[in-house]
Design a protein around this ligand. Sequence first.
Ligand code: GSH
Length: 209
Amino acid sequence: MHTLYWKPSSGSLAPMALLEETGLPYTTVKVDADAGEHRSEAYKRDVHPLGLIPALKLRDGRVMIESAAIVAYLADLAPESRLAPAPNDADRAFYLQWLVYGAATLYPCYIRFYHPDYHRVRDGDDEAVQDLALTALNEAWKAVETAFADGRPFLTGERCTAADIYIAMLALWHPDKKAFKPACPGVDRMQAAVWQRPAAAKALALHAR
Ligand SMILES: N[C@@H](CCC(=O)N[C@@H](CS)C(=O)NCC(=O)O)C(=O)O
């Protein structure tokens, strides 16, 4: 049995959606971030060394971190869910590309935007940090939109993969939904399709505050 450490409105959404989609048995630990539980020495020692969410305790008791890695791991663990192209499928290259792009390029823009204090060098920096983060975020989303130029419903083609679920989570966090929709219509259609899936929708409902 896996155990997901999660909190509402956070990067545990995609891992939980994967657990729901795959039907793998799991339990959850809801981290009381408002009380600072994730910053405790015990949490950093036993769960996440940086005091972040999510984390996944594996069946053997070890704990893995990094939301995209958790998503990829779960998709591979349940091949019958067909959420990960097989290693010998050329789509696998782009599946991995978008998963890692989400984690390495989009996610950090959000952290800069929503936590300008983490990047503050001097008092009064926050607005400039947020402006730069939003510009970088919108540039980064433009690149994702190119995947949908041929009208395909999902990032790698006709089938929803774990990368779509991950990117759909990140699309939800955009601070300007009104501007995002017309700027990235392909991403917007894809994310709406992801959240219509009953299993993903269950995780989304739990993550709403
Ligand atoms: N690279 C990490 C980032 C995780 C992360 O930044 N999580 C945020 C929530 S979305 C968090 O735990 N923030 C708590 C804090 O900053 O105190 C991953 O993808 O798992």
